[in-house]
Each structure stands twice: as structure tokens, then as C-alpha cells.
Design a binder for this molecule. Sequence first.
Ligand SMILES: Nc1ncnc2c1ncn2[C@@H]1O[C@H](COP(=O)(O)OP(=O)(O)O)[C@@H](O)[C@H]1O
Ligand SMILES: [Mg+2]
Length: 257
Amino acid sequence: MTQPPPATAHPGLFISFEGGDGVGKTTQIRILADLLTAADVDHILTREPGGTELGVEIRRLLLHGGHVAPRAEALLYAADRAHHIATRVRPALERGAVVLADRYLDSSVAYQGAARSLGPQEVRDLSLWATEGLLPDLTILLDGDPDLAERRTTGRGAKDRLEQEGDVFRAALREQFLTLAQAEPERFVVVDADRPVDQVADDVIEAVVAAVRRHGVHLAHGGAHQGVLLGLEAFVEAFVEAAVRRSAAGPGEEVRS
Ligand SMILES: Nc1ncnc2c1ncn2[C@@H]1O[C@H](COP(=O)(O)OP(=O)(O)O)[C@@H](O)[C@H]1O
Ligand SMILES: [Mg+2]
């Protein structure tokens, strides 16, 4: 397997959000996307599986299609990822956009590698092969009590297959994510998700600013100015200003996914 290229190989910034169901990934991604819009920074939102048309079909097969053999499941996730990274994520990173991914390779490793019987390293290697070695520049692990997250999501409607697998699975999953975070402290930031939305968001914002400084990315303007590059300090200033305006406006509405 080839080694991943250095994170600075592209001008944009690749941020993934990880954690079990209900920890607040979608909520935090939407807050961050709103701030990037307010700061006029080019960005895209993407989810796995299902970030492309092909991915939507794969997602349907995976989540509602009955039993799927573990290796078939791993390959389906990897197929979705290969297509999604090649057609959406890499082009965005190359033009200097921020990519906000709702789950990425760590979910595969944690869900399929640890909680099922495939080796975590094999699942990781498969994913890196599929993506030609693309790792996020920053991974935000929203870590929280699975019972609390479960209570947040009840009332969402029928549970899908992964959601039904119970408390033991959720506890094991949480441990797996934490183990992954410990193994790569330079990539991960672990955020305590058992707090009000705005407190979690403050930590997420801080992690993003730190990652932008660390990677020295060359982000691009969004909207009408798409393609025009922003300096590092100009980004930080516009982004932090948007964050301050947001806190001054008081707690936002709770976001539903
Ligand atoms: N920090 C929080 N405190 C209380 N409720 C939250 C918090 N973050 C998210 N929620 C609510 O919990 C539910 C699940 O959040 P969501 O962002 O969809 O989680 P995920 O995408 O990780 O499954 C939503 O109804 C959301 O409004
Ligand atoms: Mg979600």
C-alpha cells in the first residue's frame, strides 16, 4: 500500500467529523458551513456513504438492504469512497475549498474493522487504496455518552440496521473512535459532545482555526469570488469575525437532520 501524501499537497482543507449516531455531527457541520458562508469561504458539505449519485444507491443497499457480508460491506463503503473522493473531494481541495465530511475513513475502521470481524488495519488500507491515500487534515471526533446520543435521536423515525445493534455496540464504537484518536493525535481533535450545542461549536471553531494555521492552506473565496485565493490571516480574521457575530446573536435554533 502506498503512503498517504503530505496533508499540504492541496491548497484546501479537508475536515472530517466522526462519532456515533446522535453525537451532533450534522448539527456542528451546519454551524461551520454557515460560518464559512458568512466569511465568504469556498466550501462543500459531503456525507458518507451517499455523497454522490452512485453513493446514494450504495447507501440504500447498505442501510436497508438486509444482511450484507462483512467483506461485501467493506468493499461497498470503499467503492462509494473511491468515487466520492475522486469526483467531489479532490477537485474541491485542489481549488482551495474547505471540505466538510460527515464521516470518513475512521467510521469505516471503527464500525467495520472493530465492531465486526475484519481487521481495522485491513479496512484502513482498503480505504487508503480507494482514495489514493487521502487522509483528512483535521478530524473532529465528537465524543459523547452513547445513551445521551440515543435519547437525542429517538423520535427520528424508523431505525436503520446500524442503529438497531444496541448498547454494547455503541459502547464498543465509542472506545474504537477514542483509540483511533489516540493513535493519530496530530490529526484528531476530540471534543466533548455532551454539552450544549454552542459550547461544542466553540471547540470545533477553535480546532478549525488551529488547523488552518498549522497547514498553511491557501483557501479560496466562495460565491461570486470563487477561485480567488484568500490569505491565511484574511481567512482567520473573516472566520473568527463570523464566529463572534454568531455568538453575539445568541443560541441558534437546534438543527434537525
Ligand atoms: N450538543 C447538543 N445538545 C443537545 N442536543 C443536540 C446537540 N447536538 C445535536 N443535538 C440534537 O441531537 C440530535 C442529533 O444530532 P445530529 O447533529 O443529527 O447528530 P449526528 O449527525 O451525529 O447523528 C438532533 O436532534 C440535534 O438537534
Ligand atoms: Mg448526522
